[in-house]
Design a protein around this ligand. Sequence first.
Ligand code: SF4
Ligand code: SF4
Ligand code: SF4
Length: 335
Amino acid sequence: MNKLDLERKKNRILYRELFFEADKTFKEQLNKLKSDFSCSKCLSCCKIRYSQFSPADIFELSKQEDIISQEYIKFFIPYGADEFFTYEQDNEIQIELNNKKALETDNNYTSSVIIKSLEPVYFYYCRHLNNNKCSYSDKNFLCDNFPNSITTILPENCSFREWQKLCTDKIKNEIAPDVYSKASEIQNYSHNFSCNGCATCCNLACSEYSYEELKQKAQNGDEFAKQFTSIFIPYKTLDEAREIFPDYVDLVKQTLDDDENIYFYHCPHLSSENTCTTYEKRPGICRDFPDNPLSILPTTCGFYEWKEEVMVASMTLHAMTYIYKFYLEKIETVL
Ligand code: SF4
Ligand code: SF4
Ligand code: SF4
């Protein structure tokens, strides 16, 4: 493995680790808020429990030592099960029949699960629910921890819906602004570094889009594409670009996956002395470059040291942005 491969691999591993850490911290933050709410014992989640897994799937998972499935089998019976049903045999249930029977039991909640969930689901009820009372007195994590995810679709009357609402408020009013402010701090810190006029970014800009695609995006009103196509023109071939900056072209190419495209461009306003002939009128993308420490910078760039210094923090913020947007969208879908 050469030096570039090693660098690329190292960054991917680092990003993955930071992502898992950010995800863990994010979930801990939301789960902390859960303790302010408690179950009002409406028993709706005992009458209707949904899972993407069929009874046969659950049985298979339980054989693979999946603790949740093993516990599920002890408590939940699928709707539509006849007298011969067991998880071990005769465990195939038609999903249409299963959904129909659940709808007959609780039309509102069942239909809201069917509408809001992105995949087909099976419904179950608890075998310990007798005459609208729970007859199971011991602790069990399936009930004690319900809902075990902030993205669970809950019955209208479940008290934990307020927890979900509080979490969306926290994401919108605390987490997102905090991430934004930290990202701005990182960007502002770049002002401690300066362009040394190496002209690499004028001589070799790259984009995942071809020139035609960028022109089309510009026509459709994309501001970045408008500015980009107002100055940059494409290299005719990859070799032409490589002739000028072999290391940088290879660095960019090796940072990408095999199925990712990359196109190289250069600016005709650059003089033979490496100065900008349209300096006063240069567009915002030139003035603001580099506007993101995660963009690939040549080692000659005056901002390279800044990028190296803030890389871990930037990767963490990038991961956090992805995570909070993902969860916010999911929670808003289930609410
Ligand atoms: S639906 Fe919510 S409030 Fe009702 S029993 Fe289940 S956890 Fe408790
Ligand atoms: S307009 Fe000037 S600063 Fe912008 S890429 Fe071209 S030469 Fe560089
Ligand atoms: S690559 Fe960096 S140092 Fe070189 S001209 Fe562009 S911004 Fe300036």
